[in-house]
Write a new protein. Sequence first.
Length: 358
Amino acid sequence: MDQSTSFSAESYFATQPAPPTLAQDIEGVKEFVARQAANNRRVVLVTSGGTTVPLELNVVRFLDNFSAGTRGATSAEYFLKAGYAVIFMHRQFSLQPFSRHYSHSTNPFLDFLAIDGDGADTEEVGITPDKRADAELFGVLKEYKRVQALGALHTLEFVTVNDYLWLLRAVSQELSVLRRRAMYYLAAAVSDFFLPRQKMSEHKIQSGKGSLHIEMDQVPKVLKPMVEEWTRDGYIVSFKLETDDGLLIPKARAALERYGHQVVIGNELHTRKYQVVFVERKRKPLPPLPPGVDDDEAGDAPAPPPKSPQLESMTFAESWIRIPATPAVGNVKEIEEDIIAELVRRHDAWIESTPAEI
Ligand code: 9Z3
């Protein structure tokens, strides 16, 4: 197949195979969501990490999307602190809530362990003496144990963009039973292009034939069906990543116009840890008609702006969250703390202001 195909979400799911673990994964999600609903807890789906696009069926080579998973893993912790239950859907081996503090490179966990005892028979694993009173470790461990005891964190893994899309659809559909109490926080970095199963070579692509030409298809824009079909009344937050600051706001606005969800958080690659911009649609009433003019008297003049509040024009509101770019040594502030506080506030206000559920 030489022709590049344009996939709608519908044709994508009709032609690309579901991952083999999907049914089992969704059983777990169903049970988790039912438990949170019984406890009257809000649930947020956090997606995190980058998706891959394999180039061969027996995959040796693949394209990857940039993301360490810091945004998602850190945000998940702040959502849990704020009382939300979290479905953490992440790229295999990317950072995860709590364990992210002890990643192999920044804080190897074996350095926290010691061998206690003096003889071979009495030896057991202990804690390195100077780590026993480690305030950060204590804080992380306490919160981790609290969340475990509550059963408020459920983890799912993806690797390819295909795994991601199938999981996103199925998890969103399960979560939609919570309606406005569900939030969707889409921080994963998702491939824009992919190789459909039908175009993939079965075996490792051989070198020796000169340069490699691959034509990829566009990944369908799934935010639209997510808003219109998969979720019912959920609060949807997507991220927009750019490397050119000037594009952030226009691209975020375009996404809101196209998909109709609640918030886009714009971030620029190099400053993403220190500043983000929240973009949302605002209903702004049009200016009142000039004195003495009403709709009936306007004659052939251009139609006056409508007075009905249902016919207001759509405009946008932007607000920045910023923290100091050079964090103080020791107690490091994380921008996700402020992002989540702001989202919880907006989710509350949105629940209050939208019509009651039927
Ligand atoms: C983001 O913009 C995330 O904030 C980052 C986080 C990937 C920058 P890290 O994991 O990085 O902390 O290292 N995620 C969304 C990226 C994305 O693919 N957005 C799409 C786009 O920009 C829309 S869904 O077109």
